[in-house]
Write a protein that binds this ligand. Structure first.
Ligand SMILES: C[S@@+](CC[C@H](N)C(=O)[O-])C[C@H]1O[C@@H](n2cnc3c(N)ncnc32)[C@H](O)[C@@H]1O
Length: 247
């Protein structure tokens, strides 16, 4: 039986019978079992759920020494991104200012703020529910280097502030690159996420990054592409670490 445990809540992707529910409850001691009925969709990445057992959908998930409070019925938690969350934890340093353009509940912001200890992370999130948990998670993890901002990142006026910009979103992410370059200092790194067909996986993200760099007066100095997870048949969720300099 395939399931995912988020805090003390179990998430499954197919209906369960009484026996299967009992087995999962015994094995995991979960308080609730939730069925995700369709794929996570929309700009807020909201799940669609049905409660199969118990009640209460808010929990605190522990991962890599960080605490993430969330309502599993309202907010996505991607197990497939675990390695990327760990990687982001250590990629910054004490001299940097970071902008997390799609912060969610702090998926990347919280581990990065805790372990890399940058001077400041501006964590921008548009969905009020996700923003609420982002603020809770900053408190839970006792962080004093995160500024949460409830807004559409395109409406945030922060120019030339960031050594590093995180774009952890996969719905036409390139449309947000103009804004990312506005946040970026004269030299800096953008972590650009995209879902892309395997055939063009090593070309399209780079073409897009070069196009928007040039448009905004930057040049691409170097880059590295990584696979995060299989997104759909023949489609990968990738991240490009790309370093730019103003020309
Ligand atoms: C899917 S989450 C990021 C998931 C994360 N990368 C992970 O590891 O699971 C993306 C977040 O971006 C937010 N978002 C989407 N468009 C936005 C915008 N224009 N400005 C700010 N936040 C936005 C969504 O509400 C959502 O919380």
């Amino acid at each position: 039986m395939k399931y995912q445990k988020i805090g003390d809540i179990v998430v499954v992707k197919k209906e369960l019978n009484e026996e299967e529910i009992k087995e999962i409850v015994n094995k995991t001691k979960c308080k609730t079992i939730l069925l995700y009925t369709t794929q996570i969709t929309g700009e807020f990445r909201t799940p669609h759920v049905k409660i199969l057992y118990g009640n209460g959908t808010e929990t605190i998930h522990k991962e890599y020494g960080c605490l993430f409070k969330l309502d599993v019925a309202k907010i996505m938690w991607s197990q497939g991104n675990i390695e990327e969350r760990k990687r982001m934890a250590h990629i910054s340093n004490e001299n940097e200012v970071v902008v997390d353009m799609f912060a969610g509940i702090g998926y990347f912001t919280i581990p990065m703020a805790k372990y890399s200890k940058p001077k400041l992370i501006y964590a921008i999130e548009k969905n009020p529910t996700a923003y609420h948990y982002l603020c809770e998670n900053i408190k839970l993890n006792k962080l004093n280097n995160v500024v949460p901002i409830l807004a559409d990142n395109r409406a945030v006026e922060l120019k030339d502030v960031a050594d590093r910009v995180i774009m952890g979103y996969v719905h036409k992410t390139h449309k947000f690159l103009d804004k990312a370059f506005e946040f970026l200092k004269d030299r800096g790194v953008i972590h650009y996420h995209e879902t892309v067909a395997e055939k063009i996986m090593y070309e399209r993200p780079i073409e897009r990054l070069k196009f928007y760099a040039e448009k905004n007066g930057y040049k691409l100095l170097n880059y590295e592409i990584r696979k995060i997870k299989k997104y759909a048949p023949g489609v990968w969720h990738v991240v490009v670490d790309a370093e730019f300099e103003k020309v």
